[in-house]
Design a protein around this ligand. Structure first.
Ligand SMILES: Cc1ncc(COP(=O)(O)O)c(C=O)c1O
Length: 406
């Protein structure tokens, strides 16, 4: 049967959605190609260049012939670099077999669900959530159980809500700290309280997505569940990567630490799907992880200034309530006060998309709607952009909102 006929596709393709961030990025490119000026507050990656010493390591690897398949779990050099990074960060010393490697943190999360979920198993996903979690769970036969973690809870799941969400089929809790989209960071005390619930439910594991942990505006390092509750180590699957900390999104290297059984299962899946992540990118990742903190300290200083600029700019606009992010590169903004307002053309704003379209039409600003993150009445605005673009975007948003009748 030809693949052009819809019937040739699997049933799951009738409901799985393209990631909203990719969809919006395509839209921004289409607007730009049509000659329109857009201010894309949608950027989901650092706007800095990958550090030179990382690029040099990749070039050296190519010249040295490191251009062949590696083991599914990566080169010994990269596994060593990951083990020492994890020791510095968590105080836990992971054995070689407790490390897995993937083509980005995203692939590892997907494979972790593929390796563990049977039809109908449940995964607790606090909302607002990173857009990909629910679809990844569903694609692998699971059922996402979305639990509200709203402003009143600092955008964090409470132990009580977690307890109530857990059932006999629950396999995972997904915990993303610093959080995309809200920038919320779980404190050691908050993690300890959640650990108490997990201890009482040993059939539930926790997938800790720490991809933004180095982009941290707090006085202390972002705490890890394994540091706070080392006794739960076997129940924790810690996912990280080089994408955000070292401006290496295109290199596609993610890593994870967890039980040897799970890591071995992921190695098997990796060997049957992509064989291994790119050998050249692995050499680059070693240089990044072993290369000191200068790049991180410099870029976090710049992000902090941009964050403050964007938060204060949005807070000054009537009807917007931005949350101050403690980590990451996004400002999560409550727009619920604008629902029901009327645009100059007489349209009533009834959804996040209506507001996003109004911003785009009247000032060229592009944001990602809150409903994409399971939390309508909000938008996510990125500050991985120059201060000039942020100033221009804030002025544009203020102008667009001043046009509304409320
Ligand atoms: C919360 C979260 N987890 C994981 C990822 C994926 O990271 P990677 O580039 O390592 O696949 C992203 C990327 O946007 C993210 O926001």
């Amino acid at each position: 049967m030809p693949l052009t006929e819809a019937s040739a596709l699997a049933e799951r393709m009738s409901w799985v959605k393209e990631s909203p961030s990719s969809r919006v990025a395509d839209r921004v490119r289409a607007f730009q190609a049509a000659g329109r000026t857009v201010l894309p507050l949608t950027i989901g990656e650092p706007d800095f260049d990958t550090p030179d010493h990382v690029k040099d390591a990749a070039i050296a690897a190519i010249r040295a012939g490191e251009t062949k398949y590696t083991s599914a779990n990566g080169t010994p050099a990269l596994r060593r670099a990951i083990v020492s990074r994890l020791l510095r960060k968590t105080g836990q010393s992971y054995a070689d077999g407790e490390i897995c490697l993937g083509g980005g943190a995203k692939q590892l999360i997907f494979l972790a669900f593929l390796a563990t979920l049977d039809e109908g198993d449940e995964v607790v996903v606090p909302a607002p959530y990173w857009v990909s979690y629910p679809d990844m769970v569903a694609l692998n036969g699971g059922r996402p159980v979305v639990v509200e973690a709203g402003a009143a809870e600092g955008y964090k799941i409470t132990p009580d809500r977690l307890r109530r969400a857990i059932g006999p089929r629950t396999k995972w809790l997904v915990l993303n700290s610093p959080n995309n989209p809200t920038g919320a960071v779980y404190s050691a005390e908050e993690l300890a309280a959640l650990a108490d619930v997990l201890r009482a439910h040993p059939h539930v594991s926790v997938l800790c997505d720490e991809i933004y942990d180095e982009i941290n505006y707090g006085a202390h390092a972002v705490p890890s569940m394994v540091t706070v509750a080392p006794d739960l180590r076997e129940q924790v699957f810690l996912v990280n990567g080089v994408s955000k900390a070292y401006a290496m999104t295109g290199w596609r290297i993610g890593y994870a630490a967890g039980s040897a059984r799970l890591c071995s299962a992921l190695g098997t899946l990796q060997s049957q799907s992509s064989s291994c992540p790119s050998s050249v990118s692995q050499a680059a990742a070693v240089a990044a992880l072993d290369g000191g903190r200068d790049f991180i300290d410099r870029t976090v200083g710049i992000y902090r200034k941009r964050r403050d600029l964007l938060v204060s700019g949005l807070a000054a606009v009537e009807g917007l309530r931005p949350a101050v992010p403690e980590g990451g590169i996004y400002v999560w903004t409550d727009t619920s006060a604008l629902m029901g307002a009327t645009t100059p053309s007489g349209a009533v704003l009834a959804s996040d998309t209506d507001l996003a379209e109004h911003l785009l039409d009247t000032s060229g600003v592009v944001v990602i709607t809150g409903d994409s993150y399971g939390c309508p009445g909000h938008f996510r605005a990125s500050f991985a952009l120059s201060e000039d673009v942020i100033r221009e975007a804030v002025a544009g948003i203020a102008h667009s909102i001043s046009l509304l009748r409320r």
